[in-house]
Design a protein around this ligand. Structure first.
Ligand SMILES: [Zn+2]
Length: 751
């Protein structure tokens, strides 16, 4: 009794500490292979070095290394030589892609006064690489069309659809105008897209100091935030409504001989010219705008009164580009699997940057390189991964996922047959782990981070993250969910990094990992994202770089070595239940809002509360949405939940059955393909490149995930018949998923 009590105290302590005993079961490993795996993993986690990561970063970020630059190719060759030194079978795979770079950039105010925008980021004396202007791409937005436009200027806040609803009520139209939008709250390419849909002829995007400038902290070089001339470069390719990757070769690898669209037919270019500017350049323009004062939550931190316009302010915007083909260099390195060489575990991070890119992407790339060195070292010591491991240093991520997408499209058939999972990172920082991905790997990732030490607290990463999530939770219900749920929830993948083609197009279970959250940063996609900035204001001693290596590397090893692939479906089923609840609430909210709004119009509320000095137009009447038929999804979700539980029960007894290698291999094949069942060959409506029916980037959010996208976007866009038919399509893929789980259960139970 006493001993039992002591034991249970010990196990409670172990749970609290988040650590595990050596013989504690490890998801996917038989009792026979368990301790060897634990020992190899322990060995692995001692190997990644923070100092090496610092050295690699100094080397990789020493010069600007955007697509088409000499140092981009030089870095690829250097990365290749490292992989080879570490015993990997490595090569460079090239693609030919459309990559526009600026020919002409002009922005001037011509009324009521004259002002010419600077459009340059000056060198900073303390920061040695900021003076490499001859090698830098100047600030611009890639895949903006050429244009020469003159018009009144209108301030549109973040430039999202709801901002235009507010403009309608203020009686302000952007037809024939050039809009100026703030960076933030959506992916940048949404801003010109929505502006063009409302009739604007040009789009400026500026970084307001409220969002990543002096309102948050000191500006660079005194602090980490954006200085007044700092500009966020970036792609504005309309990939959410078409496809990412090379605009001229949708669905196929951009090899030299690939069939290409004509430039005029490429659907992913913007409709109007776009240019990003600093708040130094934006302030004189915004100061002159007249018209209604901007609504309270539109106002940023510039020392001016924000007006919406239009007024007497007229601007002239001219941009043109060299529409060149460039070669991109993906470095692909392989460790062959000893037992299942045809099952591939893939890990990637890009190597190209907008400028010197120390944080984005080099901080992630150096962690990946230390994993590769450490795995190579284990092989020298006798470790043989069961499955093949493929490490990828992608080129061309910044223009819009070019290297990862083209490689995925070029090898689509093989990847669909052989890929177990894809693990991505895209930069790193100091703080908490952010993990997002396929929910059939949620339980698996929770297991991984119970074995990783947080460098600052020496708690386990899982435990620190859990406390962080409790502290950040919005209400008691969320706190209760975190405290009571055995696993921490994982976010869903939207887009914005190299996992996109793997999860959204090919249906490969994917993960995206990064540490961060303790440091603010205002140098994103600017010339000041460099070695000086990173080693003064981010993970300065690279201990979180080491933690990222340990986290991603442990996940890779576990997936590569597991006897039974560690997919698990109760967390996935629970997540689907949650999404279903959200969809029902969304539909109810839309209905109630329409009813309430129409009632207010009928009552005469808007006329009664109108301030004649600041007159606002009443919103239009809305059709009241019908009730949707969620029954097919309810049924599919229930069936999935039941199967997930039965699978868990079957797996618990699996090691007592002494399954043959052949049987295990057959089970793994089915598990590996389970994520593929969540895709539909015909894809999402109006964007067939996107095949996953549960995760996609939002057409009007960009990077942010749109879960159950067919249904959710139909509700948001008030396409009620479409919402009902999409419910049926999503139910069908969930039924396919349930069927594959059931077939695995049957295989196990029949032994
Ligand atoms: Zn990046």
């Amino acid at each position: 009794m006493r001993n039992l009590a002591v034991l249970s105290v010990i196990s409670i302590l172990l749970v609290l500490l988040g650590t595990r005993a050596d013989d504690e079961p490890l998801q996917g490993f038989s009792p026979h292979s368990l301790s060897a795996e634990r020992q190899w993993e322990e060995k692995f986690r001692t190997l990644p070095s923070a100092d090496n990561q610092r050295d690699y970063m100094r080397r990789l970020s020493a010069h600007p290394h955007h697509v088409g630059s000499p140092y981009d190719q030089d870095n690829a060759k250097w990365i290749l030589s490292k992989f080879k030194d570490w015993g990997w079978d490595a090569q460079i795979e090239t693609f030919e892609v459309l990559f526009p770079s600026p020919k002409e950039r002009l922005l001037e105010m011509i009324e009521p006064t004259h002002f010419a925008a600077k459009l340059q980021e000056p060198a900073v004396a303390l920061d040695p690489t900021s003076s490499q202007q001859a090698e830098q791409l100047p600030p611009y937005n890639a895949y903006s069309v050429d244009g020469d436009v003159t018009g009144p200027l209108v301030f549109v806040n973040y430039g999202l659809p709801k901002d235009y609803e507010e403009l309608d009520r203020l009686g302000v139209s952007v037809k024939g105008a050039i809009v100026i939008a703030r960076y933030g709250n959506s992916w940048r390419g949404i801003k010109p897209k929505v502006a063009a849909e409302h009739g604007a002829i040009g789009c400026l995007i500026y970084s307001d100091p409220a969002d990543d400038g002096y309102a948050a902290d000191n500006v660079f070089p005194r602090g980490p935030m954006r200085p007044s001339d700092g500009v966020q470069r970036g792609s504005v390719m309309d990939f959410p409504s078409s496809y990412p990757g090379d605009p001229l070769t949708p669905g196929v690898g951009a090899t030299r001989e690939a069939k290409r669209l004509a430039l005029k037919d490429a659907p992913s270019l913007t409709k109007i010219p776009v240019l990003p500017i600093s708040y130094g350049d934006a302030q004189p323009l915004l100061t002159e705008i007249t018209g209604p004062v901007a609504p309270k939550d539109w106002r940023g931190s510039l020392p001016i009164t924000y007006h919406v316009g239009p007024g007497a302010t007229k601007v002239h915007l001219k941009v043109s580009f060299h529409w060149d083909m460039k070669t991109i260099y993906d470095v692909i390195a392989t460790l062959p699997g000893a037992e299942q060489p045809d099952q591939w575990v893939i890990r990637g991070n890009h190597h190209d940057a907008w400028v010197n890119g120390a944080e984005d992407p080099t901080s992630g790339q150096v962690a990946l390189l230390e994993e590769a060195r450490a795995l190579g070292e284990l092989v020298k010591q006798g470790w043989r991964p069961k499955r093949t491991i493929i490490y990828c240093a992608w080129d061309g991520e910044e223009p819009m996922l070019l290297g990862s997408t083209e490689w995925a499209e070029a090898h689509d058939k093989d990847l669909q047959l052989h890929a177990v999972a894809y693990i991505n990172s895209d930069g790193n920082g100091r703080g908490y782990l952010t993990m997002a991905g396929s929910h059939s790997l949620e339980h698996f990732m929770n297991g991984v981070i119970r074995d990783i030490h947080d460098p600052e607290t020496n708690l386990m990463v899982w435990q620190r993250l859990r406390f962080h999530e409790i502290a950040e939770a919005k209400n008691g219900e969320d706190r209760k969910d975190i405290r009571e749920r055995p696993d921490l929830r994982m976010g869903a993948l939207g887009s914005g990094s190299d996992y996109t083609a793997y999860i959204d197009h090919l249906g490969i279970a994917s993960l995206n990992l990064a540490y961060g959250g303790e440091d603010d940063s205002g140098i994103y996609h600017s010339a000041y994202d460099d070695f000086y900035w990173y080693t003064h204001f981010s993970d300065t001693d690279f201990v979180y770089g080491r933690a990222l290596s340990q986290t991603a590397g442990t996940a890779v090893m576990r997936l590569a070595d597991a006897d039974l692939l560690p997919f698990e479906f109760t967390d996935f089923a629970d997540t689907i239940r949650l999404y279903l609840k959200q969809l029902k609430k969304l539909a109810d909210d839309e209905r109630e809002e329409a009813i309430e709004r129409n009632k207010e119009i009928d009552e005469g509320l808007f006329a009664a509360i109108n301030d004649p000095h600041r007159s606002k137009i009443a919103p239009p009447r809305e059709d009241v949405p019908p009730h949707l038929n969620f029954a097919p999804l309810d049924n599919a979700s229930d069936a999935l939940g039941l199967s997930a539980q039965r699978y868990q029960a079957a797996v618990e007894k699996v090691w007592g059955l002494s399954l043959s290698q052949l049987t295990l291999q057959a089970l793994n094949q089915k598990l590996m393909e389970s994520e593929r069942r969540l895709t539909a060959q015909e894809g999402l409506l109006r964007r067939p490149w996107y095949k996953h029916m549960i995760y996609a980037p939002g057409v009007y959010t960009g990077y942010a995930a749109m879960t159950v996208p067919g249904v959710r976007e139909a509700i948001e866009q008030k396409h009620w018949d479409e919402a009902n038919s999409e419910i049926v399509r999503v139910s069908a893929v969930l039924d396919k998923e349930t069927a594959v789980i059931n077939s695995v259960i049957q295989d196990i139970n029949s032994k």
